[in-house]
Ligand binder design. Structure first.
Ligand SMILES: [Mn+2]
Length: 323
């Protein structure tokens, strides 16, 4: 603590970085929202480095976020939010790491907290969904923003079944998500066989590709999402590569032709009232970032997710009408 004219002051952005400057607390008891860093990037084939994502998002959040959302919500005051720090995982041991992530997320959910995870590559979402499925007892409604559907069955003739491109195939296979109540949005870029919209639709997912998505008003998209998820406990997974490479260069598999920053944030804001139990922002890779462009955007995405999660706690908020 520093003093100015004898009075204690805490300069904005000063101190050890936690997400949005919230308290670092490792016991989730009594928390309504727990932020969890997942420094895992052993699920990426190219451009690894997302293990440094949580630290980059926290640092950017300290420098660029203020407490109040423009919609009037102040999530960190509406409910008790804590930053649990990073899961102490071991990238060289991916199976062990998945268990560590699942157990730590479950510990938060079991204590009654909603989870906001900072990735990490998209393979981190699988153990997070396992934890959410365990905690809720039912398959989740998945709300998924991404340039890719991540439903490839496997790579190298079945040799690789767990990475950032297969995560939602495994999630369906394990009964973690209900594809009939799930929606994937923002897909663009070139594809392998197994990555086309019809591959997701064959599993039961609704898919809205980037061109169709940007033609929709955020309110229309929200109506569609609320209709499909139909009040089921929901999990929102946000892959930063849904943004165009020009606004988010620091990701694992960037694409040209994605969303602008304003578009992605507006779609998230429109989802106010979604009954979220958890959310993640993944594929933040500071090694390929420039001037914190991606990290600042990731911090703002995470703040939108924090605001949605805080609305989902029902603390001082009206619920979105699903009619
Ligand atoms: Mn992805």
């Amino acid at each position: 603590m520093a003093f100015l004219d004898g009075k204690p002051v805490a300069g904005r952005g000063a101190g050890i970085a936690t997400f949005a400057g919230i308290d670092w607390v490792t016991d989730p008891t009594g928390a309504q929202i727990a932020v969890l860093g997942v420094p895992f990037d052993a699920g990426g084939a190219v451009r690894v480095g997302a293990r440094q994502g949580p630290a980059a998002i926290r640092r950017a959040s300290m420098a660029s976020l203020r407490p109040s959302h423009r919609n009037g919500r102040v999530p960190t005051r509406a409910c008790r939010c804590i930053d649990m720090g990073d899961v102490a995982l071991i990238n060289e041991l991916p199976d062990v790491s998945r268990r560590l992530v699942e157990d730590e997320a479950f510990r938060c959910l079991d204590a009654g907290a909603r989870v906001l995870a900072l990735g990490g590559d998209h393979a981190t979402t699988l153990p997070l969904l396992r934890a959410a499925r365990r905690a809720t007892g039912v398959p989740l409604a998945l709300v998924h923003f991404d340039a890719h559907q991540d439903v490839v069955e496997s790579y190298y003739g079945g040799a690789v079944r767990y990475n950032n491109g297969t995560v939602f195939s495994r999630a369906v296979e394990e009964g973690l998500v209900d594809p009939q109540r799930s929606i994937q949005m923002g897909m663009n870029g070139t594809v392998f066989p197994g990555m086309r919209p019809e591959d997701s639709r064959a599993l039961g997912f609704t898919v809205i590709e980037a061109d169709a998505l940007v033609a929709m008003a955020p309110d229309s998209l929200a109506q569609r999402v609320f209709a499909i998820t139909a009040g089921a406990p929901a999990y929102l997974s946000f892959d930063l590569d849904v943004f165009d490479v020009s606004v988010a260069p620091g990701t694992g598999a960037p694409e040209a032709g994605g969303l602008l920053a304003r578009e992605g944030l507006a779609f998230l804001r429109a989802l106010d009232g979604l009954p979220l139990v958890g959310a993640d922002v993944v594929e933040m890779n500071p090694l390929f970032d420039s001037a914190d462009i991606t990290a600042i955007l990731a911090a703002n995405v995470a703040f939108e997710l924090l605001t949605l999660l805080s609305a989902a706690t029902g603390e001082g908020h009206e619920q979105h009408s699903t009619s």
